[in-house]
Design a protein around this ligand. Structure first.
Ligand code: UT7
Length: 342
């Protein structure tokens, strides 16, 4: 007789128990961006909604920002780091490919021998991580999982590229996912479209470019260092049309209507995209909307947890409220879900 495998069972449901963020110290106002590109404060504000962004200094590494954000999330969750059974780090801007930065972060957090790995899903990275964490908690492979979205996009920004120099920011956001008596993470609606892989991408692979330009000592080669390029209008149209549909699917899958939301926390890519989504979803005016982009810029994988933390801290949304989150970006990839706020 064939032996049967003992099933692995976890918690019936999962939820976010804590959230935390880290914002770099250095503020870059639009006026500083104007030193690099031919633009205006007014153009940047009206076309993107951004007034300033934060850029990381040398000490504010991907690992350091992650540890700071995750420590806050662990403290809010009220658990000890040893209880963490998984560390997922979503990033596209950790410049050392091997080993994954997640193992260093797990070790620095005191998470023992917890499995730790990086994922690359750009601005959908937090949602992708959340989906994995939800599956791990419910499948029984971990009791608590930390999902970290972290970026140093300033390292991959061509400050002379008019179409991207004003957009990107740095930072980290983290959430602790763990067991719950009631459903706290709705079905994640996620997907990809590789036919549009070129619309947001790095200009060159690492093997063709290795000399990072350094404005201070003049080293490196600015023409070879890969930066992020984006076909802004193509992404804009995709975001407005297709992403509103994905957001609606996440609401439907969770059995929630827009008026039952306590918060809408979309990826902070462009204030006009946020406004277009509000219209497409027929979101009532009473639902508070995350507009962290104004002071943070687009921090890719970090943007949703950073915006979530800010809304909770500002009292715009409260613990137990239902929030619709949606991330979308390079890949192209997307992930949307309804979650209960910690
Ligand atoms: O996080 C991943 C997902 N990313 C996104 O969702 C981003 C989506 N895209 C966007 O947010 C927008 O496309 C941008 C903010 C990047 C650009 O805004 P846009 O309204 O699409 O600008 P555009 O590229 O259509 O350019 C409009 C005009 C052009 O001038 P003309 O041809 O109309 O005379 C550009 O040359 O604005 C000009 N322009 C600028 N002017 C001042 C382009 N960049 C600049 C600039 N400053 N930096």
């Amino acid at each position: 007789m064939t032996a049967s495998i003992k099933p692995s069972t976890g918690a019936q449901f999962s939820r976010i128990h804590g959230v935390g963020g880290y914002r770099p110290v250095r503020v870059i106002p639009n006026s500083e961006v104007l030193d690099w590109i031919d633009s205006s404060d007014e153009w940047i504000r009206t076309r993107s909604g951004i007034t300033e962004r934060r850029w990381a200094g040398p000490e504010e590494t991907v690992a350091e920002m992650s540890v700071q954000a995750a420590s806050k999330a662990i403290a809010m969750a009220g658990i000890s780091p040893e209880q963490v059974g998984g560390v997922i780090v979503a990033t596209v801007s950790h410049l050392k490919q091997t080993p994954a930065i997640a193992t260093t972060i797990a070790e620095r957090l005191g998470c023992g021998t917890a499995p730790a790995f990086d994922i690359s899903a750009a601005c959908a990275g937090f949602g992708y991580g959340l989906s994995l964490a939800d599956g791990m908690v419910r499948g029984g492979s971990a009791e608590y999982v930390i999902v970290i979205g972290v970026e140093r996009l300033s390292d991959l920004t061509d400050i002379h590229d008019r179409s991207t120099a004003f957009i990107f920011g740095d930072g980290a956001g983290a959430a602790v996912v763990g067991p719950s008596d009631t459903p706290g993470i709705g079905k994640v609606i996620w997907g990809s479209d590789g036919s549009q892989a070129d619309v947001i991408s790095q200009t060159a692979a690492w093997d063709t470019a290795f000399a990072k330009p350094d404005a201070v000592n003049g080293a490196g080669d600015e023409t070879k260092w890969p930066a992020l390029r984006m076909e802004g209008q193509t992404v804009f149209r995709w975001a407005v049309w297709d992403m509103a549909k994905a957001a609606q699917q996440a609401l439907d899958a969770a059995g929630i209507t827009a008026d039952q939301l306590g918060a809408f926390i979309p990826h902070q890519a462009n204030m006009r995209i946020i406004d277009a989504m509000i219209k497409a979803l027929k979101l009532p005016e009473s639902v508070p909307v995350a507009r962290d982009i104004a002071e943070t810029g687009n921090t890719s994988a970090a943007s949703i947890p950073l915006a979530m933390e800010r809304m909770l801290q500002a009292g715009e949304a409260k613990s137990g409220d239902l929030a619709l989150i949606i991330g979308f970006g390079a890949g192209l990839v997307y992930a949307a879900a309804v979650v209960t706020l910690p």
